[in-house]
Ligand binder design. Sequence first.
Ligand code: NAI
Ligand code: MG
Length: 369
Amino acid sequence: MSVNKLFVLPGDGIGPEVTAEVEKIANFLTKEGIARFEIERGLVGGAAYDAHGVAISEDDMARAGAADAILLAAVGGPKWDKVPYDVRPEAGLLRLRKDFNLYANLRPAICYPALADASSLKRELVDGLDLLIVRELTGGVYFGEPKQIIDLGNGQKRAIDTQVYDTYEIERIGRIAFELARKRRNKVTSSEKHNVMKSGVLWREVIIDLHKREFPDVELEHQLADALGMQLVRRPKQFDVIVTDNLFGDMLSDVASMLTGSLGMLPSASLGAEDAKTGHRKALYEPVHGSAPDIAGKGLANPIAMIGSFGMALRYSFGLTELADKLEAAIAGVLDKGLRTADIKGNAPKAISTSEMGDAILAELKARV
Ligand code: NAI
Ligand code: MG
């Protein structure tokens, strides 16, 4: 059985509490011989600053680079608000994204039937929802040059942002979307605004060409980004994988996340380039939420976003698709039984703690493996 190397960066605030629940599950799977995980732990964010005066140490960067997947909880908090800019907690996260060239951001929106009433939409629209937004993360208008504000000298100023995409950037994000679709329901919706943007024209062209050459077996459709925003709240269950640029992806993934309820439920992944020699893809898995300093250390945090991020690592880095399905089924099972942490309590009689939720998910998983 191959060894799966996991580099865990608990970070700050509720980070250590929620990552402990993932380690519980990984250790169980290793002990039972179901899958083998080798866990190393490092420091990032405020935790790294307190220990070494940096946002992440060179040693931890090297260990992160050697791992098959990096699992990061969250960084930051009021304690570090005044530390120097280049060693602020977020710098650790940015360094990981930049050094490992993590250009594909994956944000699933899964609506567990038991929580469908917590959605901003009607239950029938979201019950059983399972879509994945693949957002280009390192290009587009957030990084394109020129990017400036010019003083026109007549009391007016002019602000310029530039959307730039090269063929290779579109092709590599498209390839990830098609590959992921093959592991899901085999459908990709590509989104841009080719009606008003040149980058949209090229985006569409490159995706169509890539589809023809490498992924003719995957269903491909195109939707303009504004129309897609509408469809996301009108009939979200029509989607499997959505692939789009940095700007549209930023907005659409935030819209999609609210179809499913609490911040404590949302996992994410960021994937980078494949290593030319090993074919291994760098990957960072993290919950969408932050370090939640308001509830840190109280056992109140919902570990599901973090456990779900581990589930994504099983699926996308370790090729353990069946196990990932079982873990998701275990989460659904716990929710079906009415078990809730405080953030998703709703009308439940009482809330359970972080570790009780982790234990309950582990028990459900045990019954399935
Ligand atoms: P946050 O996501 O940490 O918290 C927002 C609200 O949601 C809080 O009331 C919190 O208690 C609640 N919440 C978040 N995760 C939860 C969970 N797993 N279970 C139950 N409740 C949960 O965002 P906020 O408060 O804006 O930021 C707090 C700190 O986290 C800041 O220092 C911020 O910079 C940092 N942050 C870090 C991120 C990262 O590392 N990727 C992302 C967002 C914020
Ligand atoms: Mg955003």
